[in-house]
Design a protein around this ligand. Structure first.
Ligand code: ATP
Length: 360
């Protein structure tokens, strides 16, 4: 499936601003971004539930811009499953096929197949209210599956489930994708769902595509501070800094000095301005009780034990950085502490505009 330069405007407001995206057959793509970034609008445009302002959409080798939703060969799964409450599961699954005047034996065959894939065979004679949330979600998936569409469009399908069930359904959905080699476009504001399930993530902000890449690339090489701050939890720490000594050192508000390794120094030297943003993930920070070469002096703001790992929020000048440490260490708020940053895992961004400084 291909989107080329698609635009959707509401008056002067661009909800989707020049989005181009190619989704390979069998690929699971997650559209992610904060509320209002244009994810749902994009999905609705693909589904044909809204009209494009401009641009082109292709599914397979057909341009679908002007096709009716029912002729686009897609199936949607919504967050509020939209099951018919008075019909049994079997009838819910059969209904979209009956509407297409599919012969009865073929309908039965497809229902049996969906029931097998989704393990809902024992639920076929129940009505939606007699099902758990997870079971209803599986039926909603089944209703999309029986149509055997070219593309599944899913809009936050797990958001109505409780946290535990969401994790379980996440694994099931991933398995569903792997088994069927289905092409899926999945909208979520939950970056963890995207990271765990998707082959590629499209990170959007303000209607514009920021980065389209495999989750590990988005994690390892975010193209700007927005993407860096959006993926992973806790997100990457972003600290204002200044380039000094011709790129060899970064300095910061609390008087800290951080020597850079050569590759980063080359980047810093080429920065359009000396004002930059230093990015570092919590896992690339080691905490020390005393000062040392290149260590950033800070003060503990708060300590968050989570069981497996303890997150420590540390104030460094005006910035607060989150570091992580194994549990069990004695750490008190307001104590002085020193941060050692892994020099091989630093990110550097332009201060104005937030773009990652390019490598050499
Ligand atoms: P959320 O996660 O909150 O659902 P989203 O990323 O899906 O957000 P969209 O629903 O696609 O965002 O909305 C994108 C932008 O378009 C928002 O700024 C929204 O206010 C605006 N918008 C959406 N629908 C309309 C409409 N019918 N009229 C005017 N503006 C709209």
């Amino acid at each position: 499936m291909r989107l080329r330069n698609i635009v959707k405007s509401y008056g002067a407001h661009l909800a989707v601003d020049d989005l181009s995206l190619t989704v390979a057959d069998g690929e699971f793509v997650a559209l992610v971004g904060p509320s209002g970034c244009g994810k749902t609008t994009t999905l609705n445009l693909v589904a044909g539930l809204m009209e494009l302002t401009s641009g082109e959409m292709w599914i397979g080798d057909r341009q679908v811009n002007d096709l009716d939703p029912k002729d686009r060969d897609i199936a949607m799964v919504f967050q509020n499953y939209a099951l018919y409450p008075n019909k049994t599961v079997r009838m819910n699954l059969a209904f979209p096929l009956q509407m297409r005047r599919m012969p009865r034996p073929e309908i039965e065959r497809r229902i049996a197949e969906a029931a097998r894939v989704l393990d809902i065979g024992h639920l076929l004679e129940r009505r939606p209210r007699e099902l758990s949330g997870g079971q209803q979600q599986r039926v909603a998936l089944g209703r999309a599956l029986v149509r055997n569409p070219s593309v599944f469009l899913m809009d936050e399908p797990l958001s109505n489930l409780d946290a535990k069930l969401r994790v379980q359904m996440r694994a099931e959905l991933k398995r569903f994708h792997q088994d069927l080699k289905a092409t899926i476009i999945y909208v979520t504001h939950d970056q963890l769902e995207a990271v765990t399930m998707a082959d590629r993530m499209a990170v959007m902000n303000g209607g514009r595509l920021q980065q389209y890449d495999a989750p590990d690339r988005i994690f390892a090489a975010p193209v700007n501070t927005f993407v860096a701050g959006f993926v992973a939890s806790p997100a990457m720490n972003l600290v204002p800094a200044e380039v000094a000594e011709n790129g060899a050192v970064l300095t910061g508000a609390a008087g800290w000095r951080l020597p850079l390794r050569d590759a980063d120094a080359d980047r810093a030297r080429r920065a359009p301005s000396r004002d930059v943003v230093l990015g570092v993930r919590h896992s690339a920070i080691t905490l020390h009780d005393g000062p040392g070469e290149g260590r950033l002096p800070g003060r503990i703001y708060t300590v968050e034990p989570t069981g497996d790992v303890t997150f420590v929020h540390v104030q460094v000048g005006d910035a607060t950085l989150v570091a992580s440490t194994p549990p069990g260490r004695r750490l008190q708020p307001d104590e002085a502490i020193w941060l050692e940053l892994d020099g091989t895992r630093l990110h550097l961004f332009e201060s104005a505009g937030g773009r990652a400084l390019p490598g050499v």
